[in-house]
Design a protein around this ligand. Structure first.
Ligand SMILES: Cc1cc2nc3c(=O)[nH]c(=O)nc-3n(C[C@H](O)[C@H](O)[C@H](O)COP(=O)(O)O)c2cc1C
Length: 226
């Protein structure tokens, strides 16, 4: 395997959502690389409907942490009420553990970590552009891979960007104009803890040959039988 191929696959496989950070600073040079990698992403009709606000000020980061706690709490409470989350809980047999996870999710504490990171990016998308969600997602993934290659860590958060009540205060504080919507929040810093890889569905359940339902791979690990 050529070096670049090996490194590319390693970066893809090593990327994790990082939710614990050291106090170390992300260098300006690294941040430039991260932001430039977003700028190079593809977008429908080359619309480039993304904008980024770099947040480093502690008061602004605390504001975002509180917003994330509130927004995530509401979202997970909503998911629980709509029964979407029940499957997640049936797998947890231990009653105390189940209660702890329930509290962590519905309180929103699960997302309050963002101000532990050195930098928070507020990612905006232009409302009038049709492909904005796809374009912005491509830019974010480029950044996440750049961050991994730089031995930094990040977490992509959407849960706090859903409620219009949060959107209103966010727009006011950061001067976001009506033609843009906050699509995501990205925390970036030096990882204090790198979690194990989360499970992925087997490849033979994901890819089909010529017709939906006809597996392209015959084994879950993609090693043989294509
Ligand atoms: C569109 C999107 C929204 C996400 N929203 C959140 C979020 O609000 N809070 C959070 O802690 N993680 C969030 N994540 C991270 C996912 O939980 C994570 O990617 C997934 O569990 C797989 O883990 P991994 O990134 O470590 O491979 C989000 C990821 C994506 C792609």
């Amino acid at each position: 395997m050529s070096d670049v191929k090996e490194i590319f696959i390693k970066v893809i496989n090593d990327r994790r959502s990082i939710r614990h950070y050291t106090k170390d600073r992300v260098s300006d040079e690294d941040l430039d690389i991260i932001l430039e990698s977003a700028r190079q992403a593809p977008s429908g009709e080359n619309a480039q409907p993304w904008r980024f606000i770099v947040v480093r000020d502690e008061k602004n980061k605390k504001f975002l942490s509180d917003l994330c706690r509130r927004g995530s709490g509401r979202r997970f409470t909503g998911e629980f009420l709509s029964k979407q989350m029940h499957a997640r809980f049936t797998a947890l047999k231990d009653e105390a553990k189940r209660e702890a996870v329930f509290k962590k999710l519905t309180s929103g504490d699960v997302s309050a970590f963002v101000n532990e990171s050195d930098v928070i990016l507020i990612v905006l998308g232009k409302k009038e552009v049709w492909d904005t969600p796809f374009d912005v997602s491509a830019a974010i993934e480029n950044m996440l891979l750049a961050i991994t290659a730089l031995n930094l860590g990040a977490c992509w958060l959407v849960a706090p960007c859903i409620d219009v009540r949060d959107e209103r205060v966010l727009n006011e504080r950061f001067g976001i104009t009506d033609d843009f919507k906050t699509v995501s929040i990205i925390s970036i810093g030096h990882p204090a803890r790198v979690p194990k890889a989360r499970p992925r569905l087997p490849i033979n359940e994901l890819v089909f040959k010529e017709k939906y339902g006809v597996p392209y791979y015959s084994t879950p690990d993609n090693q043989e039988g294509k």
